[in-house]
Design a protein. Sequence first.
Length: 103
Amino acid sequence: MSYYQEYCRLFLANQVLTNQMKELVYEKNELTIRLIKLEKRSEDLSEDELNEEEIEEEKKKRIRRQAKLIDRSYICPYESCKKSYGTEGSLNQHIKLKHPKTI
């Protein structure tokens, strides 16, 4: 394997890890905010009210990122396909569904 190919492989691996770190930091921040809110509520509410509040929280829909806010850095490696995705998992799913013969 040439040095340039190894460089490209490592560069792409670094990009994947960087994007995963960004997603994890974002998720950590959201969880921290949620934890702070829950701790504040638990101080104010009695135990019965807290249980009712937790049930309501579980029923709420998950808030998703808007499509325009997703960094689409995972590009399909097939020449005839120009699709890009925000996560490695989404790209892998695309490859399995749209390019099954080439795997």
